[in-house]
Design a protein around this ligand. Sequence first.
Ligand code: M6P
Ligand code: ZN
Length: 185
Amino acid sequence: MKPYNVVINFESGTLDPGKRIIRKVSDVKNMFYDTQAAEELIQKGDPMVYEVIYADVPEEQGHLGHCTTIIYPGKIGNEYFLTKGHYHEKLSTAEIYFCLRGQGRLIMESTDGDCEVLEMFPGSASYIPPNWSHRTMNVGKELLVFYCIFPADAGHDYATIEEQGYPKLVVEIDGKVTVIDNPKR
Ligand code: M6P
Ligand code: ZN
């Protein structure tokens, strides 16, 4: 293949040319603590929670996958809109999230059971080491937009997070972003 550019719009988060994946509440309902509130939102029109736009790169060792993610502002119950969250199938692979717009949190859990939460803000570049699962939330009132780079053969393993969730939840309490223990863990 030949070198090529994509163009990223820092405001809207579009990456062009790119392949777009859309996730609505019905796609991520099991990831939220308050599944009943999620069901109610699905009945009310099943709004979009986030989009991922991938550059076209072969999913092969040696290549670097890259994409933007756009998380809409919103909550289910008091929990902020979030991504599904995943380990890499190839656990030895890392990733970088570079925030372009908005205010977010990045929660990570390692295969050793450590849990960390980092702030995301325009200019923050978060390093996700090998063996750490990762999920993001939009804790602000505008779009959260970030750019991601990862080994193209990393793969997504969603099952562990879908079953267990994370040890912590990021919720709004009295109008403030608050990290609490997950009562289901
Ligand atoms: C980032 C990257 C992508 C991932 C996306 C959404 O853009 O890590 O690989 O797909 O976030 O996260 P998830 O797949 O967990 O919903
Ligand atoms: Zn990843």
